[in-house]
Design a protein around this ligand. Structure first.
Ligand code: PLP
Length: 354
């Protein structure tokens, strides 16, 4: 078996016969308003390190009592996460992460000089009683709802209890809300509170992954200052054209997001039902665009599906779960059906031998 070690082997891969349940990258186009500016756009200068004023103002309007100065525009949520963790650095500090986790989290924590520790999700959900114990002694905790790779949305009551706990214990809550607009089962809830650091991006909601525009919203000015200082000496301003396009995206009516969510939900139903029909055990995703079925020997499944069936899937081990495989359903219905057909063939012909 030719083992695939990391998602890096798959990110950006594409061809006509390939069915990719890999990257969490929307196949739908961004809203037209976003690229309408291209023919007349002419600003190629350095921009503010913090990010363009118009975009920060527009973002501040989306949160209660927020000010534009509390936002830094970053190269996707990825840079927001990196800078936020480095701003929180304390010698010997621990950062509490969900498990399974988005595969970059433990790397980011270690690169920031801190130690990742984990709270186990139960079928994708936070067990608050356990969480309450694990959080003690941590510098920060990371919440990701809706979550990658689980596709679960945390209960509102639990999120509110976590806000209170963070406040009481003086522990930072990093809330990665990149899937906040992709919820199928209830309204979204944005975490609030002085110790909350909100991360988000234009990658998923507006299908703009490659433009690399995201942000961090911190309620404490000292953290914003630290982040801006680091960004001054690393990437400097975020891609200025991307920021202008993101600004246009903030003006797109809510109906655009609702129409996208409707499509994601149809795809969710298609793949969820399809996996059950193939006999795989999987919980129903409530948000984002991932399903996470139980499978034996996920490393072999991922390798076989890729090399023998030309289907990309992600090994649960990359996300801290050695018994599951992640399928992204950010691809059109016909491809999902073809992918399920190939998966069915694989399950029938060779899976049992794993
Ligand atoms: C949970 C989560 N956070 C952050 C990111 C990074 O997104 P961005 O493209 O904004 O850097 C991703 C991308 O898949 C993600 O799934």
């Amino acid at each position: 078996m030719q083992k695939i070690e990391s998602p890096a082997a798959f990110i950006g891969k594409d061809d006509n016969n390939l069915i990719s349940f890999g990257s969490g990258q929307p196949d739908l186009p961004p809203p037209e308003a976003v690229y309408k500016i291209l023919p007349t756009y002419r600003n190629f200068k350095y921009g503010l390190i913090k990010g363009q004023e118009n975009l920060r103002q527009a973002l501040a309007a989306q949160y209660q009592n927020a000010k534009a100065d509390n936002f830094v525009i970053t190269n996707g949520a990825s840079e927001a996460l990196d800078l936020t963790l480095r701003a929180l650095y304390q010698p010997g500090a621990k950062v509490l992460l969900p498990k399974p986790y988005y595969y970059s989290y433990p790397f980011n924590v270690r690169l920031a000089g801190m130690e990742p520790v984990f709270y186990e999700l139960v079928d994708g959900k936070i067990d608050f009683e356990q969480f309450k114990k694990e959080i003690l002694g941590c510098q920060a905790v990371l919440i990701n709802s809706p979550g990658n790779p689980t596709g679960t949305v945390q209960d509102l009551a639990v999120l509110k209890k976590i806000e209170k706990l963070g406040q009481k214990l003086n522990i930072y809550i990093i809330s990665d809300e990149v899937y906040k607009d992709l919820i199928y089962e209830r309204e979204n809830y944005l975490m609030e509170g002085k110790k909350v650091l909100t991360l988000n991006s234009f990658s998923k909601t507006y299908a703009m992954c490659g433009f690399r525009v995201g942000y961090v919203y911190a309620r404490e000015k000292e953290l914003i200052d630290k982040i801006v200082e680091m960004k001054t000496h690393t990437s400097m301003n975020t891609n200025i054209l991307g920021q202008e396009m993101a600004y246009e995206a903030t003006k797109v009516p809510r109906s655009y997001i609702d129409s996208q969510t409707k499509i994601w939900k149809e795809r969710r139903d298609l793949i969820y039902n399809g996996l059950w029909e193939l006999g795989l055990e999987v919980w129903k995703p409530e948000g984002a665009f991932y399903v996470f079925p139980k499978m034996k020997n996920p490393g072999k499944v991922v390798s076989d599906l890729y090399f023998k069936y030309h289907v990309i899937t992600y090994d649960g081990t990359w996300f801290g779960d050695e018994q599951r495989v992640r399928f992204s359903y950010a691809l059109d219905a016909e491809k999902i059906k073809e992918g399920l057909r190939r998966l069915g063939e694989y399950l029938k012909k060779e899976y049992r031998e794993n």
